[in-house]
Design a protein. Structure first.
Length: 349
């Protein structure tokens, strides 16, 4: 009998890849939600994919993660299916990006496979159902499973008013998520990355930190950054983290670079951010730079191009405390999380 990983690639992935990427995403998530309603399927799934071991546990910013492998933001944009996907062995799931008002995102098609590169291009544009839908979907969540809330601004909100959007999301979701991620690094909302500049970013994070300090139970606040920042800009990020005293950084989002891609130019010329294997090396470089230059003064969650256990361990060795998968999860299948955790246990012996 074929191993699960091989079966996924030869059969299921081949079938899913016959569909347009966004349609495939909705089909797979919908099918999985349906299957998980069948008595016994949830328990069987957990037996197949969940690895439980005290040696995998990580404690960061006051939270205890059962293992260091999470599902990155962008997969469950409006907290619709985190309950079902938590049975696949993830140590945590990050939902969003969530914006105050619902928005459709950019016109379709807006996601493209870079099959030869094992990557994706997306220009989704923060499509989500807004705060009301997210709150509704999160209100009955399992409090024993860690959920992060990735928040952003609406496309129609000018940058000078962006802080208001982030505050709305922060206040509305504060009692429903375990940590927050401030997303100013998506390349698919016009002008959003301008908020990564030192002055506006410091103001935004300081305002959120002040709001957080007023609450009885403050929540960790992290910043998600782009892989396209220069060393000087990364130095600014280190200074901003120190000045605002936020809890950590997620490195990295998708890249606007098209360097070294093998897929046909007719696809690679599409606008949007590249994820998957093409961003692995740069993402790891950013993690290593931040960790080294800051003397490990803040936690880093590493994401970008993790398609194997070795890729995950590379990021952990570079200075990441936790890792997240997305595109690698699509290409490699649900056994990826188990493979990473198993290899971490082997290394711990």
């Amino acid at each position: 009998m074929l191993p699960l990983a091989s079966m996924y690639k030869l059969i299921f992935r081949s079938l899913f890849f016959l569909l347009e990427p966004e349609a495939a995403h909705h089909f797979v998530t919908g099918m999985f939600q349906f299957l998980m309603k069948i008595p016994g399927v949830k328990q069987l799934t957990e037996v197949m994919f969940v690895v439980r071991d005290k040696r995998l546990e990580r404690e960061l910013f006051g939270l205890k993660f059962p293992n260091p492998v999470g599902l990155a933001a962008g997969f469950d944009k409006q907290a619709s299916f985190y309950k079902e996907f938590s049975s696949l062995g993830f140590g945590f799931i990050e939902v969003g990006t969530i914006t105050p008002k619902p928005q459709d995102g950019n016109p379709k098609p807006r996601m493209f496979r870079l099959t030869a590169d094992e990557g994706l291009i997306n220009r989704m544009g923060f499509n989500n159902g807004g705060l009301e839908m997210a709150r509704e979907n999160l209100k009955n969540r399992n409090r024993n499973f860690i959920i992060g809330g990735n928040i952003g601004k609406n496309k129609v909100t000018p940058n000078e008013n962006a802080t208001d959007d982030y505050l709305k999301c922060f206040d509305a979701l504060h009692d429903l998520v375990d940590y927050f991620v401030v997303n100013v690094s998506s390349p698919n909302t016009p002008g959003l990355r301008e908020l990564q500049d030192k002055e506006p970013l410091t103001k935004l994070l300081a305002t959120l930190k002040e709001e957080n300090s007023k609450l009885e139970k403050p929540k960790p606040i992290l910043l998600k950054i782009a892989p396209d920042l220069t060393d000087a800009q990364l130095d600014d990020i280190i200074a901003i983290v120190a000045d605002t005293k936020i809890d950590g950084v997620i490195a990295t989002n998708t890249t606007i670079s098209r360097e070294g891609l093998k897929t046909a130019e007719s696809i690679t010329q599409e606008a949007g951010g590249v994820s998957g294997k093409p961003v692995r090396e740069r993402s790891t470089e950013v993690i290593r730079y931040l960790h080294s230059k800051s003397n490990g003064s803040f936690p880093i969650i590493g994401v970008g191009g993790i398609h194997s256990a070795d890729d995950a361990i590379e990021k952990l060795n570079a200075g990441a405390s936790l890792v997240q998968v997305y595109t690698g999860f699509i290409y490699e299948g649900p056994t990826l999380v188990k493979q990473i955790n198993k290899q971490l246990l082997s290394a711990a012996k």
